[in-house]
Design a protein around this ligand. Structure first.
Ligand SMILES: C[S@@+](CC[C@H](N)C(=O)[O-])C[C@H]1O[C@@H](n2cnc3c(N)ncnc32)[C@H](O)[C@@H]1O
Length: 311
């Protein structure tokens, strides 16, 4: 982890992203050489590259990423198509490419190291930069918009629900007081209000606040729900869905959906009140990174892989 003194800099040897649970997730997909696959979160392309190794000349892979920066990583491979779009539009784009049904879908959620470590993107409290946090830089709502325009109640709910910030109400009220003097523009503006109001350990507190705002700006949970619902519609029977999550809010949605076909703890029922299962759960417990991977890549420590097969 970089120190506060590194603010405003980015290390020059930065690679785009180190893939997490790479072999575990690819193995779990049971790739059919002639199949059609989706990498819903293309990023640095590490998972896609591995998927392509398992495909024959007839196989196809569609990589989705809403961040234009990911384009630079697209492999020059005629089996591969990069779709620069939100994965909440999965079905629409697959239909456009005549690619439904598909044999497998992988999603490795959250932001890439590239996004996180680039100061101008505004994702990290380690660097100063604009309060942006948009994965898609053509999207309208930035982190600054959220901080400057949401009501105290909306801010409180966001901080508490998406970041589990313990003193969400205090911080939300403080944000409103501060912005009445001066609008929020930079990461430093946000750090200042956090510093005077934080509870507990500094880095943990900041991580919670930044996570909450990022989830809100990108509607990450809304997009994940759409992806899961559409995966049930576009996957072949026997096709596999593998999802890597990084916090409990995401993991709960994935776990419930794979198990029950809904986002609640209750199974979905059809019109006649019969249970309607969409998937068979392959991973009873989530797969986590090995001790070696956790040591080499700290980001992998919170990763959980869940896999299910379409019925
Ligand atoms: C953790 S990285 C994926 C890294 C990739 N698996 C690799 O091996 O390099 C997540 C990527 O997914 C993208 N992403 C996140 N949510 C998305 C969404 N709703 N729609 C499209 N792309 C999304 C981000 O822009 C980011 O590039």
């Amino acid at each position: 982890m970089k120190k506060e003194s590194d603010i405003g800099q980015r290390s020059s040897d930065l690679s785009y992203h180190t893939s997490v649970l790479l072999h575990e997730s690819i193995e779990a997909l049971h790739i059919q050489p002639d199949g059609i696959y989706v990498d819903a979160t293309f990023g640095g392309g590490g998972h896609s590259k591995e998927m392509l190794k398992h495909l024959s000349g007839n196989g196809k892979l569609f990589g989705f990423d809403q961040d234009a920066d990911a384009q630079r990583n697209a492999p020059a491979d005629e089996r591969f198509t990069l779709v620069q779009a939100n994965f909440r539009d999965l079905k629409k784009f697959l239909r456009l490419h005549g690619a439904i049904p598909v044999d497998g879908i992988l999603a490795d959620l959250g932001v890439s190291s590239w996004q996180f470590d680039t100061a101008e993107r505004g994702f990290s409290y380690r660097f100063d930069g604009p309060l942006d946090m948009r994965m898609n830089r053509y999207a309208e709502k930035t982190a600054a918009d959220v901080l400057n325009e949401y009501s105290a109640e909306q801010l409180q709910q966001m901080l508490s629900e998406f970041g589990e910030v313990r003193n969400a109400k205090t911080l939300a009220n403080a944000i409103v007081v501060v912005r009445n003097q001066k609008r929020f523009e930079t990461i430093t503006d946000l750090l200042q209000v956090c510093e005077t109001n934080r509870m507990g350990e500094k880095h943990k507190y900041l991580a919670q606040v930044f996570q909450a705002i990022r989830i809100e700006v990108n509607d990450e949970l809304g997009a994940l729900k759409s992806l899961l619902e559409q995966s049930a519609e576009v996957l072949k029977s026997g096709g596999r869905l593998a999802v890597i999550t990084f916090h409990s809010l995401e993991d709960r949605l994935v776990k419930n959906f794979m198990k029950h076909g809904t986002f609640d703890d209750e199974p979905a029922k059809d019109l006649f009140g019969r249970y309607e299962r969409k998937f068979k759960v392959i991973t009873k417990k989530p797969v986590v990174a090995s001790a070696k991977e956790q040591k080499e890549n700290s980001r992998s420590r919170s990763a959980k892989l869940r896999v299910a097969e379409k019925l």
